[in-house]
Design a protein around this ligand. Structure first.
Ligand code: PHE
Length: 477
């Protein structure tokens, strides 16, 4: 059997893992949630949860992956009798998340092209439409949105076909620093716009969202806790095997504990930076009643911002949407890799050799169908049937396939996956397995073992239950 080829360096691993974590969640989820849920107070709660939950699950996943040297499904199968099926939840989540991630990533590519059109005054620019008009036209133009969605799927496929070291690591080692640099450029422009300070106040000052009339009343503490928790573990790509998979490709010599801390901190930092890039601009130039979250923030408000910026607008538009494409691609490759690693390992263990290209292609064809469905649906613009239609209008759930896939994956499967992993580590195989893996042959000391032990057994599972409940509630009730 050939040796399983993984990351070439710790830096490459970090860029890939941070790339997985940094995605649409950081850009359109975190800043707004922080703004409406108490500003700085939210940030403090988020950081506490990131330590008690995010860090614990991150360390756990990376250690399980590296210990077994296998993808999510096989890792659970090797380690536990009772929990051997949990890895499959990850595969299902990966397909579901990819379905809408690729659709949204495709829309971002469209906006890069559109801003190029504006730069050169070409026919494929805004053509006199405002943000609402552009997005509305894209949502109802099913052929165009499917084509862009599929372009995004193909980009993901090509990178994953290149393998972990040759494709994913190479892409992220260049892509993530580039993303960081572009983000700084956009932040500098955004915070120096006249009126930008409103956005900063909204994001940071506790209670400002209520004073400014953006939301009616402040959310309850429990509400803030579950919003922060839900955001935190989706943003860190936890509970669906992505970090198990990446961990399985990491060299035994590297320090997992330190890596986990770096990933958590970097992801939070980029979420804050994304807030500095989008909210001041949206407040300054987004127009009356602009949306500050979700697809409308990205595809309506911010396009209005670039259109209102004058001659340099299209240039910032291109930089910004390219940055979002990078964030989305580096996440979607980690999702596809969860699926591909499983089948590649299986075929290796059956002596059929590494069939990465074949499995990447098969998985992508399936993703392409799901993604096309999300695109054809156009966020519910085109009257296509969606399951659970009776829930429509009952809070968070909109009448569209994107929300349906998101509800099952982010709302149920991911928190459930993280909860089950903690229970397995805490109560079946024991936290010492994680400690032994971290201390490994190099003799790194696991400094936070006492903390990990208490959290993984009691604190994290309880918090995960709360988050799971909060997620289900926000989607269903
Ligand atoms: N972390 C990504 C984001 O913030 C989403 C994601 C979840 C990516 C799970 C991979 C796995 O957008």
């Amino acid at each position: 059997m050939e040796e399983r080829k993984g990351f070439g360096s710790n830096f490459g691993f970090l860029m890939a893992a941070i790339g997985s974590a940094v995605g649409l969640g950081n850009i359109w989820g975190f800043p707004f949630k922080m703004g409406i849920s108490g500003g700085f107070t939210f940030l403090v709660i988020y950081l506490v949860l990131a330590a008690l939950c995010g860090f614990i699950v991150m360390v756990g996943e990376l250690a399980l992956g590296r210990k077994t040297g296998k993808g999510a499904v096989a890792a659970y199968q090797v380690l536990s009798k009772k929990f051997k099926w949990v890895g499959w939840l990850g595969i299902v989540s990966a397909f579901l998340i990819m379905s809408f991630y690729c659709a949204l990533g495709g829309y971002c590519i469209k906006y890069v092209v559109l801003n190029f059109g504006n730069l050169f005054h070409a026919g494929f620019g805004s053509n006199g439409l405002d943000g609402n008009g552009i997005f509305g036209a894209l949502m109802t133009n099913q052929v165009e949105s499917v084509i862009y969605g599929l372009i995004f799927v193909v980009i993901t496929l090509l990178i994953v076909m290149g393998g972990v070291g040759g494709g994913i690591e190479k892409f992220c080692t260049i892509g993530m620093p580039a993303l960081f640099f572009m983000l700084i450029v956009v932040i500098i422009r955004a915070v120096t716009l006249p009126g930008a300070v409103e956005g900063l106040k909204f994001m940071f000052v506790p209670g400002y969202a209520v004073t400014a009339g953006i939301v009616e009343k402040a959310p309850s503490f429990m509400n803030v806790l579950s919003t922060a928790g839900g955001q935190m573990f989706f943003s860190l790509s936890l509970g669906m095997g992505a970090m198990i998979t990446y961990g399985s490709y990491l060299d035994k010599k590297q320090n997992l504990e330190k890596n986990a801390i770096i990933i958590v901190i970097a992801d939070t930092m980029i979420a804050l930076m994304a807030g500095l890039a989008v909210l001041p601009a949206a407040f300054a130039l987004g127009g009356e009643g602009a949306s500050m979250a979700g697809p409308k923030l990205l595809f309506v408000t911010l396009q209005n911002v670039f259109d209102n910026m004058g001659g340099v607008g299209p240039i910032f538009g291109i930089i910004f949407y390219l940055l979002v494409v990078l964030a989305a691609v580096s996440s979607s490759i980690s999702l596809l890799e969860v699926i591909v690693t499983h089948f590649v390992d299986k075929s290796e263990s059956e002596g059929k050799g590494d069939q990465r290209k074949k499995y990447s292609l098969i998985a992508s064809v399936l993703v392409a169908f799901l993604c096309a469905l999300v695109c054809v649906d156009g966020l519910g613009s085109n009257g296509i049937w969606v399951p659970f239609q009776s829930l429509v209008g009952v809070r968070g759930f909109n009448d569209c396939w994107l929300d349906f896939f998101d509800m099952i994956s982010e709302g149920v499967l991911m928190p459930l996956g993280a909860l089950l992993m903690c229970l397995m580590i805490g109560w079946e195989i024991g936290p010492k397995v994680v400690k032994d893996e971290i201390e490994g042959p190099e003799g790194h000391k696991m400094t936070a073992y006492g903390f990990f032990n208490v959290c993984v057994k009691v604190v994290t599972p309880l918090l995960m239950l709360l988050i799971l409940w909060g997620q289900i509630q926000s989607f269903f009730f």
